[in-house]
Ligand binder design. Structure first.
Ligand code: ZN
Ligand code: ZN
Length: 187
């Protein structure tokens, strides 16, 4: 949805604060074996985020009538401040990931996975912002490659390149668009 400047940029502050608070809340449980378990949970959370980034973009934002009009605003005006308010996204991660996993696997694992998902979401927001809003400034090869990839999502007649921070799931599900604008899996 269209956000105020304050609301649009608040993710960049709110997420580090929430992530640091979650890590601090779990700090007393940390010993060397549990730290390894927590790190593994965090990496699983990051991987889970990349999958959610792909699925939410491909299905919720492009196929579901409840969400797709909001995403169409971004496609129509990529420089407008369009996004999800921090309080909504944080509530979703707490309600859909932290609390169910806490009940099912305990706070330690739930904490690690939620931190991984939130760090992934924060990084996605940053990458997507840089791709659109810093396009006239010199970028590293990393950001230039992600920008070219995402521009094919915006401008190619093919539908694809739904991943923003990673190409992984587009290759897995056959929706990657090559630099020539052809779907990679098409004959
Ligand atoms: Zn899109
Ligand atoms: Zn975009």
């Amino acid at each position: 949805m269209q956000l105020s400047k304050f609301s649009y940029y608040s993710d960049f502050v709110v997420y580090p604060v929430v992530v640091i608070s979650l890590v601090a809340a779990n700090f007393s449980h940390i010993t060397w074996p549990t730290a390894r378990e927590w790190l593994a949970a965090g990496l699983a959370g990051l991987l889970l985020w990349t999958f959610l980034e792909y699925v939410l973009h491909r299905i919720a934002l492009h196929r579901m009538p409840v969400f797709s009009p909001m995403h169409s605003l971004h496609h129509g005006a990529p420089l407008d401040l369009i996004g999800t308010p921090s309080w909504v996204s944080v509530s979703v991660w707490v309600g859909a990931i932290l609390l169910p996993l806490w009940w099912w696997a305990g706070f330690h694992v739930a904490n690690g996975i939620t931190v991984g998902v939130m760090v992934g979401y924060w990084w996605y927001g940053y990458v997507h912002h840089v791709i659109h809003h810093h396009s006239r400034k010199p970028s590293s090869a990393y950001f230039s490659a992600l920008r070219a990839w995402h521009m094919r999502h915006h401008h190619s007649p093919k539908r694809g390149n739904f991943g923003v921070t990673t190409h992984l799931w587009d290759y897995v599900f056959g929706t990657a668009i090559s630099a020539q604008g052809k779907a990679v899996t098409s004959p």
